[in-house]
Design a protein around this ligand. Sequence first.
Ligand SMILES: Nc1ncnc2c1ncn2[C@@H]1O[C@H](COP(=O)(O)OP(=O)(O)OP(=O)(O)O)[C@@H](O)[C@H]1O
Length: 343
Amino acid sequence: METTDTSRSTAHAKAPARGAASDRSDLAVSVHGLVKRYDDMLALDALDLEVHTGEIFGLLGPNGSGKTTAINCILGLLTYDSGEIRVLGEPMTDSSRDLRRRIGVVPQEVAVFKELTVYENIDYFCSLYVPDRERRAHLVEEAIEFVGLGNYRKFRPKKLSGGLLRRLNIACGIAHKPELIFFDEPTVAVDPQSRNAILEGIQRLNREGATIVYTSHYMEEVQQICDRILIMDHGRHLALGTVEELTGMVATGERITITAPDRTDAVLHKIAALPFVENVQDKGDELEIRCSRGDHNLMDILDVLQTEGIHPGHVTSQPPTLNDVFLALTGTALRDSGSTDEE
Ligand SMILES: Nc1ncnc2c1ncn2[C@@H]1O[C@H](COP(=O)(O)OP(=O)(O)OP(=O)(O)O)[C@@H](O)[C@H]1O
């Protein structure tokens, strides 16, 4: 294997059946009170989550917040201390072969055989669930077309760039047409073009009927593609909802940037004194102003500038982001709290 991450392995762990995970038919995944310790380290602290059938569900949290641990417990690849998990309405057990056939996994680490070609790798992983050769040949071709690796069929992994390897990793996880697919940080360390192709591909799989669970520490990606998002940290649920619901949970309003090279300290003070202004940062020619919620924030700031005879240049107003939500809930920014961007 290129790597031997357990995530696509066929090892099955015994899971205790406790708690009250739901077997409602509209739930693709139901997790209740999941606790996982690595020795003394509490990696999952009574985590609850429910993934609705047909949605793209985002699991957002900084590095080390427990996303991969949660996914591996759900998939039965890791034992856990307590809690209950149901996948597609059933508990995942050692003998859940039919259930596993309905699930696809794209692990965080690229997990492919280095001695096999692109075609052979996809064919191998597909063969775990689809024994019929003729049908499999069709599915492998579809997967190759889906990830755009048509020109690389006969390439071995070491000849592929990082982005193409990630695409191969995806093809291996989805070729058997699963109805529930887990993507664990599939865009880490890929170029922007491959990243967009991957995100568009995930949306297409969803449009074609697959339920998606997508983990990431990139809030922009989660914001872009997910229907609902669970924000987690330290193995705990912090907040859950659509982007609108989550950003509506915090008092933070928009972030306004204004290019105003000729502004004075007096103007800065006047802006800072406006009742809705939480913080003004002087960034050379540019002012960055964080506001609380309000209907006329930008107009009021521009009024101050006009009264003082200052002509603003470029003005932008950015609505609150998931990072603002994370900041409000934890006191640290998503990017500060142990996450490292690889790019
Ligand atoms: N096999 C292990 N043994 C001991 N500790 C572990 C093990 N795997 C993960 N951990 C720890 O458990 C916590 C959760 O890790 P996990 O990999 O689940 O987080 P994550 O949110 O997926 O992070 P990342 O985004 O970096 O993948 C971290 O503190 C991590 O160091």
